[in-house]
Design a protein around this ligand. Sequence first.
Ligand code: ARG
Length: 652
Amino acid sequence: MLTSLTLLVPPAPTSPLLTFNRLSHFPFSPSISAATSASDLLRVVSRRLVLATKTQSITTMATQEEECMGSVKAQLAKIFEASLKVTVPNEPDVEPLIAACTGKFGDYQCNNAMGLWSKIKGKGTQFRGPPAVGEAIKNNLPTSEMIESCSVAGPGFVNVVLSKNWMAKSIQKMLIEGIDTWAPMPPVKTAVVDFSSPNIAKEMHVGHLRSTIIGDTLARMLEFSKVKVLRRNHVGDWGTQFGMLIEFLFEKFPNFEDATETAIGDLQAFYKASKLRFDSDPAFKERAQQAVVRLQGGEEKYRRAWAQICEISRTEFHKVYQRLGVHLEEKGESFYNPYIPGVIEGLTKQGLVEESQGARVIFIEGVNIPLIVVKSDGGFNYASTDLTALWYRLNEEKAEWIIYVTDVGQQQHFDMVFKAAKRAGWLPQGDNSYPRASHVGFGLVLGEDGKRFRTRNTEVVRLVDLLDEAKSRSKAALIERGKGEQWTEEEIESTADAVGYGAVKYADLKNNRLTNYTFNFDQMLNDKGNTAVYLLYAHARICSIIRRSGKDIEQLMNKGTLVLEHKDERDLGLHLLQFAEVVEEACTNLLPNVLCDYLYNLSEIFSKFYSNPECKVIGSDKETSRLLLCEATAVVMRKCFNLLGITPIYKI
Ligand code: ARG
């Protein structure tokens, strides 16, 4: 039985966290200079937001305004932007720096004063140091119902206390209009997420499982943000090994059409046996090499044999996807084959491709090995395919963001491909402009022996078995808790699915993808601590509170009023409101763990509220408001689960 696999990775590179810069992408720029007061400016900025939305989607006027609101942080940024324009009119390009507060002085802070001071001092400014700049930023803020009070602290931080009333109203509005109104607005219409991408006839290993889980989450976050996502399975379905496989297939199955999954059994074992034959029999080797030529020449029989081998692999991959509920569209390496010569020719014409030791290569600044695009035998390789796939995605599929999810071991490969694309002018020079290509690396999977899991020459862990074990363990736990008598067979099955697969996913996603991760069933299936099981149960408990109240929550939403009186209510409300900016950060920086942290904290903050006798829900005079707060928590939790690819459960 498998209990623990360890992931070891190199230290995470430190990169500054980014957020979508909404304002810089707007197509309209009505004259800002014509506006005189901060309130005027705020109106102009808001109008720009509405106009920009208008070009993208056909919605009613009311929803356009709604859609433009953005996260609390983005909304505050708009207000502070207006103040900054008035405070320092000679510094028109200052971006408001807004952050959630960790201290007790406010909910958010604006951190522009210190940086601004160093820009303006000595330029005849009226200010006498950063605190005065902070003071002016505060005084020039346009009135806003968002803000209850502001104060300037230390060297000029402007602290903002949000209005409870506004907070409560915003949460209730989300309940009525739906959580989609809190979705991020990335500046792209179409994205490719290239993930999972196992290799035909080879083992689909734990690394592919990580890629599948992480890639699916990233795709979900982008889909939630209304981006059209092409979920690409870039399967390894091309290469010289197919000659050997085809020849072996002909040998074993003279009627090769009979070679179904059941007849072949284990395709990996088949691969191993054919490799053995290839290495030990020169005549076979010769035939295998011929087979590659005939396959690549498009000979019917060889094509069909190849297609059959691919199909058998696909069936196996599909079992994993089906358990995980992950959807992918296959465009394997072979798909790009016909485009490779044209792309290489283009690059050659641009003078990028050079001759080196018989191969044709692209030299990349700062990397001491070149990117080989045509091998010395004239054949194409992984890099030729990836360059071509990138070209195709940019030019044919018009993707503006192309995201590759693989282990960190492939980082250099992608770095070189992206740099070559920049040299060719396919991608802009800067890393944060669009169209953009991003490599999402993650740690490698090691076995219990501390060594990296290998495709061949070690015992293989079948992913299907791994997932089945997660499910059967969670089913056993349900039976142990007496659910066998209380629930239907179907309920047991679906809950075991949700908990088992959810646990595997969450255990992977909650870690920064670049840091160490230990695969351990006992840990991930624990119902305490930061696990999917704990979180799923927490959600189910909230649902049962609402059920027990016997109230119609839809009706409360529309007729009742949510208020945030008690400190614990306000803390919970603030955290709920931060969902929008957290999901935006997770999406921009391609870090699912940011969302997991948020979800875990949400459930902790909810517990604090719910376990406080002063915040009694059912039967208290604040029942309606508190039920709405429970419902909002459940809605946000469900959205988090949904983005993480986890199925929520409603009872425990
Ligand atoms: N098949 C590759 C592997 O198993 C992953 C492919 C990733 N995608 C890409 N466009 N290269 O390592």
